[in-house]
Design a protein around this ligand. Structure first.
Ligand SMILES: [Zn+2]
Length: 301
């Protein structure tokens, strides 16, 4: 790879991340209640295929299927003793997809690090030291596997986000994105606002801060704008395809169309986002519309 991810970032290049992992796996047959990481072993071809579909749609950055890849969270899938192997296998499958992709130039692989699924003391029983160690172990496995950057995502608690950052930074110099989910609309579950988390993440020394998942596109645009006003860091924007409605049997339906998602992406770029993609509900078709919005913005620039 000629140019590093950090060089492209510093140069201010606008880049396209990918779409959802979990909701697309569910569309493709992942049983509800099964951890997406199980598919690394049960359906590796499906894992590679979704990466390929996003690359085909125009992604420059694909995220590994390791959102639940701390040993703490893999315990729910019975994979806690194989955490390093799970993370490295996910990187391997992403690399396989990249090596067979043609046409959209450089592709970087981002190691996804989601929340541990436990609350830190005093709200829960997880100690800060343990959290730092567990996130550090995941980051090390992802780095050893060969990712180009790390994305600590869907964070809602500053204690956990800073523990994850500290654990990761202790084991690697890779670029690190820290991204929050504003599940209450313009607050995280722990009541944090976008400006506050942007300032805290900037002080940590992260490479990027951002918004992912959350609720409606309108609310997430406000969160992005608040971040822009609060930090000079480049911004990552990977929201859900709008607020889902729940069916009677509790399945989330995302009504935002690819065209609407593409129109929203143009507003994210106007608001100062540098890397854009989508979270839950974002299909390869939605991602293609986002990539087209980026291509139009590049022409204008
Ligand atoms: Zn999401």
């Amino acid at each position: 790879m000629s140019e590093s991810f950090r060089e492209a970032l510093v140069r201010g290049e606008i880049l396209v991340a990918d779409g959802a992992t979990g909701t697309n796996y569910q569309t493709r047959g992942l049983e509800r209640g099964l951890a997406p990481e199980q598919w690394l072993y049960q359906e590796p071809d499906q894992v590679v295929q979704l990466h390929r579909d996003f690359l085909q749609a125009g992604s420059n950055i694909i995220l590994t299927n390791t959102f639940g890849g701390t040993a703490l969270r893999l315990a729910h899938a019975g994979l806690e003793n194989d955490a390093a192997q799970v993370n490295q296998r996910a990187v391997q499958l992403a690399r396989r997809a990249r090596s067979s992709a043609t046409g959209n130039g450089r592709v970087w692989i981002a190691g996804s690090i989601g929340p541990s699924g436990q609350l830190l003391e005093p709200f829960g029983t997880l100690t800060r030291d343990d959290a730092v160690a567990q996130f550090g172990a995941q980051a090390r496995a992802l780095a050893d596997g060969g990712v180009d950057l790390l994305v600590i995502e869907t964070q809602f608690d500053l204690g956990e986000a800073t523990a994850a950052f500290e654990g990761a930074r202790a084991v690697t110099d890779l670029p690190i994105v820290v991204s929050f989910s504003f599940d209450m609309g313009t607050n995280t579950m722990m009541g944090l606002k976008a400006a506050q988390v942007a300032q805290e993440v900037t002080a940590l020394g992260a490479d990027m801060v951002g918004v992912n998942c959350g609720r409606s596109l309108e609310e997430n645009l406000i969160n992005l704008q608040e971040m822009r006003a609060a930090t000079h860091l480049p911004l990552w924007m990977k929201p859900n395809a709008g607020l889902p409605r729940m069916t009677d049997d509790d399945i989330a339906i995302y009504d935002v169309t690819p065209e609407q998602m593409g129109a929203a992406a143009a507003r994210w770029l106007e608001a100062g986002a540098q890397i854009v993609g989508g979270c839950c509900g974002t299909s390869p078709q939605h991602l293609q519309a986002i990539a087209q919005a980026v291509a139009r913005a590049r022409v204008k620039a």
